[in-house]
Design a protein. Structure first.
Length: 192
């Protein structure tokens, strides 16, 4: 009986060790998959889209009019997910100017809007605050270095409103077919 009990105990121990190894391997794989998923979500948060159009052109929405989008009246990126609409402009010194536009795309003075931007490298992101300046808002520092800078623009239209997040790449390359830089391109050239 002791001999059988000993064999049974050895089998149970071996089974337990094998089961623990399988569970550990599964947990490790789950952690890896979860981390990969987190990286993907983190990438999308910073505008790192990997589908061809979004990655190459820095656009975050399809254009209903055959690939063209409406540009801002001052050469910037037009953001219409908030009211009033916003024109996002990268100045020569890489600071960001925010202008608020009415339905006719005329500039209106900022009121109670709060805006911030996070961009650059995931491991060392840069946060920009915006302060009143002339007829709009101006960032307190320049956008991080580089031609392609992933950003998340956070817009709180009013103190009681939910924050709206716009994710895109500030691509400072010149568009080959329109007068805008790629971040504000209106021609949809990547779709042809």
């Amino acid at each position: 009986m002791n001999k059988n009990h000993s064999k049974s105990s050895i089998h149970t121990t071996l089974f337990t060790i094998a089961l623990a190894a399988l569970i550990s391997a599964g947990c490790s794989r789950e952690r890896t998959d979860s981390h990969a998923s987190h990286d993907h979500d983190h990438d999308s948060t910073h505008g790192h889209s990997h589908d061809d159009e979004n990655h190459a052109h820095g656009e975050d929405a399809d254009h209903p009019d055959g690939g063209k989008s409406e540009g801002g009246p001052n050469g910037g990126r037009l953001i219409t997910s908030v009211d009033p609409a916003i024109e996002f402009i990268v100045e020569d010194d890489r600071s960001i100017r925010i202008l608020f536009l009415d339905a006719e795309r005329n500039i209106v003075s900022p009121s109670t809007q709060a805006i911030s931007l996070v961009g650059g490298e995931r491991t060392n992101p840069t946060t920009l605050a915006f302060l009143p300046n002339g007829n709009g808002l101006l960032s307190d520092k320049p956008v991080p270095e580089g031609t392609m800078v992933p950003v998340v623009l956070q817009i709180k239209p009013s103190p009681s409103a939910d924050t709206v997040r716009e994710k895109f790449n500030v691509n400072l390359s010149e568009c080959p077919t329109c007068d805008y830089q790629e971040y504000a391109c209106v021609c949809g050239h990547d779709e042809h």
